[in-house]
Design a binder for this molecule. Structure first.
Ligand code: ZN
Length: 491
């Protein structure tokens, strides 16, 4: 490949040159959502990060197969081995079939991803659709001697595994410390050791999501699905496994153990983890009152939000931080991102009609190189974006006649800028309302009506001006007169 890419590997804890196992193909697996609630801010960052990775690889000429699963079974409350299934609980509370819950929230998840302009994965398998494959992985692990059956459930034998292979290599944890820190909880008497984790659980009579298996009617453990589905669609040794940092332990650690335990080696060459989002310095949580769903963010309907934020503003804000740094959400930061995105979009518009000069005062080649260097350096989007703003400056200066750009440079710039902004960063070039959407039509009609009212006022035709204002009020639209003109808002 023309551009050598380095990625930070969470496993080796260093940046490494990326080489696909089977070039130009790249296998990318990313842990998907557990679909039992509305998609929230915590879903925005990993899926934007890996969407950028996928888009950039495609831009460089790789053929990416992006697999992202849907967790629809086996993810128990508190990520534990005991307790109720998250989806079953929601189904019980809402008196729905579990699959109604799954499909309802999957649709809402897809809708939010679409608004953020994340391209859909190439394959989106669900855990409940891969029970047979999961049973096969369990059988292989039992055969290797790293799992045991007890009372219809099957557990991964972490202690025995750790004697042959280090357990905890991804997160840096030690089994001895885990043993010392694990409190005995109800139900753990089934396990040889409290650090062991469930591969298959025998279902209690009240448990509705259940399948037959060689051990019992039951359901698979949460960690198992990703091993089964990544193997099925990408093979048992693929290029990149991604997810949020919160999944490193125990989820990804368990995936490594399951792969080594079933086929003798690591599942992938690279582990990539994005850092988490905080809200005004705090972790997001329902009990902290700062849990914000993506719908709330896009509509502004949450007490922590001062306004609605366009999904593209949210995307731009996330891309403005490196995926491995923490990212704090605040109204001020989002408003700044909104302004930045607006400048970027306006410059693309200006660029379209920009005219060439005889000579050039810019060094386009080294500028483009700087952008590639940034993205090749562990996907450093904030540095790449800061260089793009150098381009914005050029465009604005050239537009004002303060900078010369030659015809060939201008042609190159006109092709490269939108390519980077829309194809690679995945930002929609124009705000929604400019595409003739309802919002755009509303604004156009309101401008017309308010202009007519202004004419009436200028002619001192107060009766007509008041008639228009009252009629709008009757339709739920409030007009406010300010010294700079009139504004309007819907009730
Ligand atoms: Zn997973």
């Amino acid at each position: 490949m023309e551009h050598p890419v380095s990625l930070y590997n969470s496993l080796s804890r260093k940046k490494e040159a990326f080489k696909p196992i089977n070039p130009p193909h790249v296998g990318l697996y990313v842990c998907g959502p557990t679909v039992y609630g509305d998609p929230h801010l915590g879903h925005a960052r990993p899926y934007i990060t890996f969407d950028l990775l996928r888009r950039y690889f495609k831009h460089l000429g790789y053929k990416v197969r992006y697999v992202r699963n849907i967790t629809d079974v086996g993810h128990l409350l508190n990520d534990a081995d005991e307790g109720e299934d998250k989806i079953a609980k929601k189904a019980r509370l809402e008196e729905l079939e579990p699959m109604e819950v799954v499909h309802f929230y999957t649709r809402r998840f897809h809708d939010a991803m679409h608004k953020l302009n994340n391209l859909p994965p190439d394959i989106e398998p669900s855990a409940s659709g891969h029970i047979i494959e999961q049973i096969q992985v369990i059988e292989a692990i039992i055969k290797s001697g790293y799992a045991y059956e007890t009372q219809g459930s099957v557990y991964f034998d972490v202690v025995k595994y750790n004697q042959d292979h280090p357990y905890g290599i991804l997160s840096g944890r030690k089994v001895e410390e885990l043993m010392a820190n694990t409190r005995e909880l109800a139900g753990q008497d089934e396990k040889n050791n409290p650090v062991d984790f469930a591969l298959w659980k025998k279902a209690k009579p009240e448990h509705i999501m259940r399948w037959p298996s060689p051990w019992s009617d039951g359901f698979p453990g949460w960690h198992l699905e990703c091993t089964a589905m990544s193997t099925k669609y990408l093979g048992n040794h693929f290029d990149i496994h991604g997810g949020g940092m919160d999944l490193q332990f125990p989820h990804h650690e368990a995936e490594i153990a399951q792969s080594v335990g079933s086929c003798g080696h690591q599942p992938c060459n690279f582990w990539m983890h994005n850092n988490l989002i905080t809200i005004q310095g705090q972790k997001m949580g329902k009990s902290l009152g700062n849990f914000i769903t993506l719908d709330e963010l896009f509509s502004g309907n949450h007490e922590k939000l001062e306004q609605a934020y366009d999904p593209q503003t949210v995307r731009f804000y996330i891309l403005q931080a490196h995926y491995r740094s923490t990212l704090d959400f605040s109204n001020d930061a989002l408003k700044a991102a909104e302004k930045g995105l607006d400048r970027l979009r306006k410059s693309l518009k200006t660029l379209e009609d920009l005219e060439a000069s005889q000579s050039s005062e810019i060094d386009l080649g080294s500028w483009k190189k700087k952008i590639y260097t940034a993205l090749n350096d562990d996907l450093n989007s904030p540095i790449a974006i800061s260089h793009l703003f150098e381009g914005v400056k050029w465009i604005n200066q050239a537009h004002e006649g303060q900078l010369k750009i030659s015809e060939s440079d201008l042609k190159d710039l006109k092709a490269f800028m939108p390519l980077m902004v829309t194809d690679v960063l995945g930002l929609v070039a124009e705000p929604e309302e400019n595409h003739g959407s309802d919002a755009g039509l509303d604004q156009g009609l309101m401008d017309l009506i308010l202009n007519l009212r202004k004419q009436a006022k200028d002619n001192k035709d107060w009766t007509t001006a008041d008639l228009i204002r009252d009629a709008l009020s009757g339709m739920g639209i409030q007009v406010k007169d300010t010294k700079d003109g009139s504004t309007w808002e819907k009730n």
